[in-house]
Design a binder for this molecule. Sequence first.
Ligand code: ARG
Length: 596
Amino acid sequence: MKNFISLLQEKIEKAFDECGYEKEYGKVINSNRPDLCEFQCDGALSAAKKYKKAPFIIAEEIVEKCKDCKEFEKIEVIKPGFININVSKEFLTDYCNSIQKEEKFGCEMEKNKTVVVDYGGPNVAKPLHVGHLRPAIIGESVKRIHKFFENKVIGDVHLGDWGLQMGLVIEELKYRHPEWDYFNENFEGEYPKEALFTVTDLEEIYPCASSKTKVSEDATEEEKAKANEFKENARKNTAYLQEKKKGYYDLWKKIVEISVKDLKENYKKLNVDFDLWLGESDSQDYVKPMVEKMQKLGIIYESDGAMVVDVQEENDTTEINPCMVLKTGGVSCYQTTDLATIMQRQIDFDPDEIIYVVDKRQELHFIQVFRCARKAELIDRDAKLIFLGFGTMNGKDGKPFKTRNGGVMRLENLIDEVNKKVYEKMDDSKEMNENEKAEISKIVGLAALKYADLSNQISKDYIFDIDKFTSLEGKTGPYILYTLVRIKSILNKFYENNTLKENKILNPEEDIEKQLLLKISKYNQILEESYIENAPSKICTYLYELANIFNSFYQKIKILQEDSNRLNSNITLLNLMKKIFENGIDLLGFEAPERM
Ligand code: ARG
């Protein structure tokens, strides 16, 4: 189904054409002055230059052609040559009635595109912290939006499980438990089925190991040597691991198992779920064939012991360093795993697109990796590699968000804090027991967090402001939910004693009704734009504006009224709005409570 504005545009374009002008001048946009009109076309102003005529004359000709069109209630020229348009009530109502019958609001489906969304990207053996919030929230929404358009979408968490941090954790475990069978070269038996450590242990072990590699400037030679030795051992462990050396590899598998179990629980709390739980390690088997391919193409060479590929391009204004494919000693690094993963995804899925939802500070890494992947022909020529770099969630001081005492905040704690805030703000007048209140504040808290994040442009930084995010007023998740809950409760009241005669919206009588229909008529366009531009923020803004209009409508119009045709129409409208809100928040990745 065509979107509403393009139907209007077709008419205006036709008029330009019939009057002897290029039809491209007939572009219709939303009005810049909603107080004067609903839509506008500024094409006469640019046509005037080309056809050397007064814009006003051209606009008059167009208006003359269109004045009897059933689509327009009013079409007029405003000096110097703007065309202001109001749509007819019948045309608008018909359009909303057809949207109402469409399962997907009349959006044009893409279908059959295969898209991999790489998001989340947590590192094993470390707890999720606030830095993991954005990739999870944004990736989940982008994935859902692509699924809505009937593509084959694969969300992959892409665990960080193959780098030096693993070697460090292993080194620390070895230091604490040299007696473990994992470290006994001659061990022939089975390694323990139950892990010998917990996630909580791991969470303490990683920072401890990491701190052992760091020494202060004024450290003694002995201390420096010790730190170096620890690091060197960790590096060796990492190499062993990548060779899948017995014992080391088995211990690593346990670390991943324990860690992933915990990650899954945490992502579940965020209503985020992945189709694939692969990690950097899963690409290891592709490293050798990949390097061979690069050798055959003659693009890889040795530089200071490492293997690299040049990725500088002619039009670059800055220097882009060669992409490191292997570190000294053939050890895999971050680039290695990302490159080999591209090869793996090409073989497994033959994707049309791979979207990376990653901190924007990693942009250079991805420029190098994407260029190298293309040069090495690891991916289909037509496939798109998209870097969706996100900004940072900052504290009120404008710096990356920290706990009160300056530490990195665990994601769990952040979520708890938001839920607590929502709980405190809940209306006590409704009779609810503690349990229900707690459940509802979890649902609303998540909406507050996700909506606040997604309503910003992905690449922008934003400030974590718990009071603002959890407010029932303004552009917030709770406000959207509150509106939806209100709609649902009106519908419940109606359906208690009535049934709907037919699904039919009547022509609007009041201005606010028309405003509401106009907003509804634009939903499919918003979805298409948020899909094409990977911009969930468009859905956020739309839902906010729809909620505002609905709430004015609710103030002015008696929804459950006597006139049975009007009542029927109002309920049809509310059903449609419920469907839009539910769809919108689902695409953003949260849901609504029954009441709040
Ligand atoms: N684990 C990485 C980090 O913590 C993020 C992974 C992003 N995805 C990717 N394909 N590199 O920085």
